[in-house]
Design a protein around this ligand. Structure first.
Ligand code: NIG
Ligand code: FE
Length: 414
């Protein structure tokens, strides 16, 4: 039986006439509909009809969203949630003025989490991740990317990717796995970089590709992590093995990562806190998504990425939590949206498009998800308000009351 999402006060379609991303002024258009219903069949959006032309509601199984605001299911396109352990001690150091980079140089940071992950089983990791995924679903997230990058040897990178696969098998939402073996050099290869690069390129990537354990290959191009030349070689191998490319770059230093990402036709470049005007011009009108993290700048007291300049230059902008224990211990996509409004000069409409359609583009699937258009997956986040501005205005609150994936209700606030 067909289903009918009926009674919404507002439907934000985020539609782009199947262009599947938005730039410049288009980002301000959220495709607002009143008095409309959404017909769902076989998990897909079959039709979007005006309530006046609705003849017989008894033909449908009704999903009642009376008075609510309906958005496309939110897309969380960049997380490191496959972590174990706790870095609250480093958080205290940060509050005392010691920087994230300094903590990394002292052997803490990512390497501390690597220790914790190496010491736990796939099952331990699975349960740690499960409650975090549940939390995202309660916020209206229907597609979620998760990276490895805290194993940093064959056994433990594969363990993380297996845990991500188990999460994918146990949740109705789409989980997108990314290999981030090039997150930083593990202690045992702190000096001998070539040996670790050889393991990534000759062992890990071919195995991951053969066993379909990741869709993307990511890396961290930074003075405390991988150089542009090193990333270039890794991306050569990843591309040959059929993995798509994304890159953490321009977070603290510009060391050539952007050019390498462009050379390899990356799907996204992520962070960009220190990108300059020449970098922005290089990305303008390219089909590479700029994934920005207001939460990282807030959490680290670091400068914000130039969202306004990127949008005004016609770059494709998406937003994400970057949820991780070191630079953004913020398991709340709504709070990220709110910080973007309050600190990055983005409008509410721009923010909503950046966590739906453009975030889907950052995962190379905006032809299937990210907007409410006929033929796309019936993925929705339903908010307990009659006005979408409330989603941003209620800072720190979660107004999502229903999450729908492929036409099925997977979360309902009691
Ligand atoms: O995206 N910058 C590199 N990686 C993560 C942080 C990981 C960590 O500190 O554990 C990020 O910010
Ligand atoms: Fe990240």
């Amino acid at each position: 039986m067909k289903k009918l999402l009926f009674g919404a006060n507002q439907i934000l379609t985020c539609e782009s006439k199947y262009k599947n991303y938005k730039i410049g002024k288009e980002l301000s258009d959220i495709g607002l509909l009143h008095s409309h219903s959404i017909v769902i069949e076989d998990g897909l959006i079959k039709d979007i009809i005006s309530n006046n032309s609705l003849n017989n509601r008894s033909d449908f199984e009704i999903i009642d969203v009376s008075g609510k605001t309906v958005l496309p299911g939110l897309v969380e396109c960049h997380t490191h949630l496959a972590f174990a352990g706790n870095r609250s001690d480093e958080f205290k150091m940060k509050l005392d003025g010691i920087s994230y980079e300094e903590i990394a140089k002292r052997g803490g940071g990512i390497l501390k989490t690597v220790n914790s992950v190496r010491n736990c089983s796939v099952t331990d990791l699975f349960y740690l991740m499960k409650s975090r995924v549940d939390e995202f679903i309660s916020q209206g997230v229907t597609t979620l990317e998760i990276k490895s990058g805290y194993g940093l040897n064959f056994e433990n990178e594969i363990k993380q990717l297996h845990a991500i696969k188990l999460i994918d098998e146990s949740f109705a939402i789409d989980i997108i796995p990314t290999f981030l073996g090039a997150h930083t050099y593990p202690t045992e290869f702190k000096v001998d970089h070539n040996s670790y690069l050889k393991i990534i390129n000759d062992v890990m990537i071919p195995y991951i590709s053969k066993n379909k354990l990741a869709e993307f290959c990511d890396a961290f191009c930074e003075t405390t992590a991988f150089s542009a030349e090193e990333v270039d070689k890794i991306f050569d191998v990843a591309s040959k093995n059929g993995l798509k490319i994304r890159l953490h770059t321009e977070q603290f230093n510009s060391i050539g990562g952007l050019d390498i990402a462009i050379k390899h036709n990356a799907t996204s470049v992520d962070h960009l806190e220190v990108i300059d005007n020449s970098g922005i011009s290089k990305l303008a009108e390219k089909e590479i998504v700029c994934v920005l993290f207001p939460g990282v700048s807030f959490f680290l007291n670091h400068k914000f990425a130039p969202a306004r300049e990127l949008i005004d230059s016609n770059c494709i902008v998406a937003l994400s939590t970057d949820y991780n224990p070191g630079s953004s211990n913020i398991l709340n996509l709504h709070l990220i949206m709110q910080i973007a409004a309050l600190r990055m000069k983005m409008s509410i409409e721009e923010i909503i498009n950046s966590v739906t359609l453009n975030a889907a583009k950052a995962l190379n699937r905006s032809d299937k998800i990210g907007s409410i258009e006929i033929g796309k997956q019936a993925d929705f986040a339903v908010f307990d308000t009659d006005n979408y501005a409330d989603i941003i205005y209620n800072v720190g609150r979660n107004l999502n009351c229903m999450t729908i994936k492929n036409g099925e209700i997977i979360f309902k606030k009691s």
